[in-house]
Design a protein around this ligand. Structure first.
Ligand SMILES: [Zn+2]
Length: 233
């Protein structure tokens, strides 16, 4: 499931992975799709079943920790929110009904082990994270996962430490969903959206239609891809 659709419910929000629908004043339906996000980019190919696994892991831990800290899970029945049995079957193990709460805007990432520079830093300072511009940076273990259709997904302390994915630099812009409305409108068909004249993407950044930080991320990844040896092909 790449995009969810729930007849009769208004979609409140679409995140990188989760789609959120309104049920009533007190309740929402969160659907976890199979969309795959890395480096704040939603990649074009979903991983089948990923949303089911994420939902079951979350439910497991909410169940195990509910007596320690209250959570947003609700016992509102899915059959009341989604009366149609066929639609409900698609959502049953990849959705949760939650109470509407105010979000506390804090994100934490837990890592099982430390390697490389992260481990050295920890030994020296006792701290795991260094300050980076976009918040605390806590990815300290490099993980490389082969993808079924070729290429690798790499989760590293910083992409420059590995820096190779099986993405053609010329199609990197298609991985940035917020670029999509403007793609194909640059003066040159092979525009890299850097300093080329007549670039619609840079114009959109200047107009605020694309966030500056996203364009900078794109530029950093592009430079990396263009200079990277394709060592795993
Ligand atoms: Zn351009």
């Amino acid at each position: 499931m790449h995009e969810s659709q729930v007849a009769g419910l208004a979609r409140l929000h679409q995140g990188k992975v989760r789609d959120i629908y309104a049920i009533d004043e007190q309740h929402m339906l969160i659907v976890t799709t199979d969309r795959l996000s890395a480096f704040d980019v939603v990649l074009p190919d979903p991983i089948p079943g990923k949303g089911r696994v994420l939902t079951q892991i979350s439910n497991h831990w909410f169940g195990r920790t509910g007596h320690i800290v209250p959570n947003h899970l609700s016992d509102f029945p899915l059959s009341r929110a989604v009366p149609d049995p066929a639609a409900r079957a698609l959502l049953a193990d990849r959705s949760m009904i939650v109470r509407r709460l105010n979000a506390l805007p804090v994100e934490a990432v837990v890592r099982g082990y430390l390697i490389g520079s992260g481990w050295k830093d920890y030994q020296r300072t006792g701290a795991v994270s260094g300050r980076v511009r976009r918040g605390r940076h806590t990815t300290v273990a490099a993980v490389m996962l082969p993808l079924e259709r070729g290429g690798y997904l790499v989760d590293t302390p910083g992409f420059s430490e590995v820096g190779v994915w099986d993405i053609d630099p010329a199609s990197l812009d298609q991985c940035f969903a917020d670029f999509k409305p403007f793609l194909g409108e640059c003066r040159y068909g092979d525009c890299r959206h850097q300093s080329e004249p007549g670039c619609r993407i840079r114009e959109a950044v200047e107009q605020g239609a694309i966030a500056q930080g996203r364009w900078e991320s794109y530029g950093a990844l592009l430079a990396e891809l263009e200079s990277a040896p394709r060592q795993w092909e």
